[in-house]
Design a protein around this ligand. Structure first.
Ligand code: 4AD
Ligand code: MG
Length: 441
């Protein structure tokens, strides 16, 4: 009879160790921390899916003890050991290490720069490529992934087709003051896209219900906790849709993102110490008020806003704090909104647009509404806004050939994820943030 091959020790992730209680496993990762207590060592290993505490006794594992002792933080290691339930340990399990392979030892002369203590944010941002290794940052990035996954899932369930927009564009979409100009081939100029909207308007006329989802760029000179110069936007657009359709779609999309995070990423939300009761409440219907009503609320709270003003962070925070779920504000004055917004036939000084303000002071996460479908009115608006008509001829074609009422919106991914995570600043929710004065690393 052939001799049975001994079963190999399985390589598992820290996330999965619960399934291997009592068994020997191999973990591949990094040394996150090491506590030395006489004849015992308590390493903490991380592998990107979680952290686990280990124990090594000098008496039982003298070889492992010697190689682990003094090992530097973030050295890469392959660890073999037995998994034990240990309710006092972070994650609920512990590993009794039986073998240790050091893949790369971080030299003592050049230690890992991020210690397990508080660092200033500029220090951390300069080392963003390393900062993302800390469990908190990894949890944030997993929540970002979940938000993207859930958003795509929702758009798909509503019959929307992904049709991505270009990044090099010939003209502005959201005002000329925040355009990034790039030198294109030869002497031609191009701009980094501020929004894929104009292009999804075209694909909506071809496919009906569409969306794009990609990076967008704004030369934002403002240094706030809500502005990046490069951020991701999900932009649905639908032929024959109106303002109400888009408010309902936005409400459904945001609820699905938030509920998916609560359901599928409970561990990460716990790592972030996020109050999930506030997230669980995020279900349709969301409160809806008009811009006129918003002005009234602000004035009642003693804010100096007057009709015709645009809202800044302060105003958004006052408004959203009146409600336990995101707030939809619709029908803003046309004068403070983009050139393409359809006027309200009842009151042409208003635009059939809406913003969605996240709860807990996270500000505007969605902007959108109905688009102008009349050729003549669109030409008039381009002129009023001093936009180059030449560059918009293709966009005007959409009004020349079978123009229909249509609507859409843009959801800012980072603002949404920052709110879900409860982070102070949106720079933490993108792997490598781009901001005024920061394009490194
Ligand atoms: O309100 P905005 O400027 O709308 C548009 O760009 C439309 N063309 C979208 C459309 O209708 N298809 O931007 C939409 C969202 C904002 O609500 C906000 O969440 C986010 O994009 N956003 C930013 N996020 C981070 N940093 C910035 N500088 C942002 N500017 C806008
Ligand atoms: Mg906006």
């Amino acid at each position: 009879m052939a001799k049975e091959k001994p079963a190999e020790t399985p390589v598992v992730t820290i996330e999965q160790v619960g399934k291997h209680e009592g068994a020997e496993v191999v973990l591949r990762g990094w040394l996150y921390n090491l506590r030395e207590a006489g004849k015992l060592l308590f390493p903490i290993f991380r592998d990107g899916t979680g952290v686990i505490q280990g124990v090594v006794s000098q008496k039982e594992q003298p070889g492992v003890f010697e190689s682990l002792r003094g090992l530097t933080q973030e050295s890469s290691v392959i660890v073999t050991g037995r998994i034990r339930a240990e309710h006092r340990a972070p994650g609920g399990y512990e590993i009794s290490v039986t073998a240790l392979e050091i893949v790369q030892r971080v030299p003592e002369s050049d230690p890992y720069p991020i210690q397990l203590k508080e660092h200033g944010v500029d220090f951390l941002l300069d080392r963003r490529h390393l900062w993302i290794r800390t469990p908190r940052q990894a949890a944030v990035l997993r929540l970002r992934d979940e938000a993207i996954r859930a958003a795509r899932e929702y758009m798909n369930s509503q019959g929307y087709t992904l049709t991505d927009a270009p990044i090099f564009t010939p003209a502005a979409c959201e005002g000329t003051t925040t355009l990034f100009e790039v030198q294109y081939i030869d002497d031609e100029k191009a701009y980094l896209t501020q929004s894929g909207q104009l292009y999804v308007e075209a694909t909506a006329m071809a496919l009906g219900k569409v969306y794009c989802f990609g990076p967008t760029f704004r030369a934002e000179k403002s240094k706030t906790r809500r502005h990046l110069t490069e951020f991701w936007m999900l932009e649905p657009e639908a032929a024959y849709a109106n303002l109400d359709d888009m408010m309902a779609l936005g409400e459904g999309l945001v609820s699905h993102i938030v509920q998916s995070a609560v359901k599928n990423r409970a561990r990460e939300l716990e790592t972030l110490k996020r109050d999930t009761a506030k997230l669980t409440a995020v279900k349709p219907p969301f409160p809806r008020i008009t811009y006129d009503e918003a002005i009234e609320i602000l004035q009642k709270r003693g804010n100096p806003a007057k009709w015709g003003d645009d809202f800044g962070g302060d105003e958004e925070t006052i408004l959203s704090s009146q409600f336990d779920r995101p707030l939809i504000v619709h029908r803003y004055p046309a004068a403070i909104k983009a050139f393409y917004m359809q006027p309200d036939p009842q009151r042409p000084e208003l635009a059939l647009g809406f913003d969605m303000l996240a709860s807990e002071g996270y500000g505007e996460i969605i902007g959108g509404g109905e688009r102008i479908s009349s050729y003549d009115l669109l030409v008039q608006r381009l002129r009023e806004n001093h936009l180059p008509e030449e560059a918009f001829q293709w966009y005007l074609d959409l009004r020349r050939y079978g123009s229909v009422p249509h609507a859409g919106f843009g959801l800012g991914l980072e603002r949404t994820v920052a709110w879900v995570c409860g982070t102070e600043h949106i720079r933490e929710v993108i792997p490598f943030p781009r901001m005024i004065y920061r394009v490194y690393p």
